[in-house]
Design a protein around this ligand. Structure first.
Ligand SMILES: Nc1nc2c(c(=O)[nH]1)N[C@H]1C(S)=C(S)[C@@H](COP(=O)(O)O)O[C@H]1N2
Ligand SMILES: [Mo]
Length: 393
């Protein structure tokens, strides 16, 4: 059903593209052509930042590659697959220089399904409280994909990690222009997380494929890390180097971004620790915010994600039509799996007194999504109860 709906929408989109004169699309909006074909909402063309419309996002548990949000801090680097090498260095017994063929070896191959979400997802709601800087994400900076590659722990064992190692740095091959100069995007995860393999779930994966296809340039071709449970910023695209160290990476995106601060002062930045795992969240995707709906039974759909911790899953999602006085549980489309979102559907009654919907989730450990969240300067980790205005008539 979902697939059929997707195909027909795609066919429709193709027709729309054909209807516009080819010269018009090509000459006036070259950089937009891709997004026009996929239907993504574009925040920025270069670097490419785009998210899917929410109604499309909940069409399938696995997010199709062309609907997966794109968050890049720099233009896509050009990488020659034949000469590409992933360097592994630092506190290791044997530094490595791995070719793409080595990273794709069949006997080391591992596939995992994991949700990735940007720390800035729902930033527009933070911004409504008090302005924040950054790409103004709605609630679509999230997606669930099957990632294929080799375990980071495999590579680290191959290199031989030294006794005093505590952290693993990832460095991208992209070049981010900052006022201080040009830097690569970087991340850092604790060595414990890197080595913390669970059944069917590596602590971190060095991925070369997404949903059975080689990574696209926008999603990190040829190689990226995927760190299940961690904010998207720790899953470094266009991965060029892994450094094993006794301390976290000094990269700007570890030390001076992706932290919860209230003021832009050195003191606050250095006192805060880098965000690691994402937090519990749930969002209504259908109906859209501000939609007009008929009185009677209303079908509500959305996603929910537990915090990125081992064995943590979503147990319950509740929807309220009366400003939080009463709640109705949603049903899920599939079984709960750690590090993966759950899509949910609720049937609620609405009438002319209903002005909106509220959704909240509870996880397997009994933690409930908070009603409100403290504001932070960069608008990260917004996970307050999600409110959707509707107009019943
Ligand atoms: N090299 C590099 N890796 C990166 C980024 C980047 O700008 N450069 N952005 C990060 C952020 S903030 C997120 S949320 C995810 C997004 O991955 P996606 O574009 O495949 O959805 O990639 C992360 N990895
Ligand atoms: Mo992000």
């Amino acid at each position: 059903m979902a697939t059929l709906k997707m195909l027909s929408r795609r066919a429709l989109l193709q027709r729309t593209t054909f209807a516009a004169p080819a010269w018009f699309v090509a000459r006036s909006f070259p950089a937009l052509a891709d997004d026009a074909a996929t239907g993504l909402i574009v925040h920025e063309r270069v670097p490419h930042n785009a998210e899917p419309p929410l109604d499309r996002l909940v069409e399938s548990w696995i997010t199709p590659n062309d609907l997966f949000y794109i968050r890049s801090h720099a233009p896509v680097p050009e990488i020659d697959a034949d000469s590409f090498r992933l360097e592994v260095e630092g506190l290791v017994d044997r530094p490595l220089s791995l070719s793409l063929a080595e990273l794709r070896q069949r006997d080391r191959r591992q596939s995992v399904v994991a949700t990735m979400t940007c720390a800035g997802n729902r930033r527009n709601e933070h911004n409504a409280v008090k302005p924040v800087s950054g790409v103004m994400w709605q609630a679509g900076a999230i997606g669930n994909a099957e990632w294929t590659g080799i375990r980071l722990s495999d590579v680290l064992k191959q290199a031989g990690v030294k006794e005093n190692a505590r952290h693993v740095w990832f460095e991208g091959l992209d070049q981010v222009e900052r006022s201080s100069g040009v830097i690569p995007f970087g991340a850092s995860i604790p060595l414990d997380k890197a080595m913390q393999d669970e059944p069917d779930m590596p602590g971190a994966l060095i991925a070369t494929a997404m949903n059975g296809e080689p990574l696209s340039p926008d999603h990190g071709f040829p190689v990226r890390t995927v760190v299940p449970g961690y904010i998207g910023a720790r899953s470094v695209k266009w991965l060029g180097k892994i450094v094993v160290s006794d301390r976290p990476s000094p990269n700007h995106y570890v030390q001076h971004a992706y932290k919860l601060v209230e003021e832009d002062t050195d003191r606050q930045w250095s006192a805060a620790s880098p965000i690691e795992t994402y937090v519990i969240n749930s969002v209504t995707c259908l109906p859209a915010d501000g939609a007009s709906v008929a009185p009677g039974e209303l079908t509500v759909k959305g996603y929910a994600l537990a915090a990125g911790l081992p064995e943590r899953t979503i147990r319950n999602v509740e929807v309220s039509t009366d400003k939080g006085r009463t709640w109705r549980s949603a049903r899920f489309e599939e079984e709960a799996r750690p590090y993966c979102w759950r899509l949910w559907t609720a049937r609620v009654a609405v009438d002319s007194n209903t002005s909106g919907l509220i959704v909240r989730a509870t996880d397997s450990a009994g933690n409930r999504q908070p009603e409100t969240v403290p504001w932070n300067l960069k608008g990260y980790l917004f996970n307050a109860w999600h409110r959707t205005a509707i107009d019943v008539r």
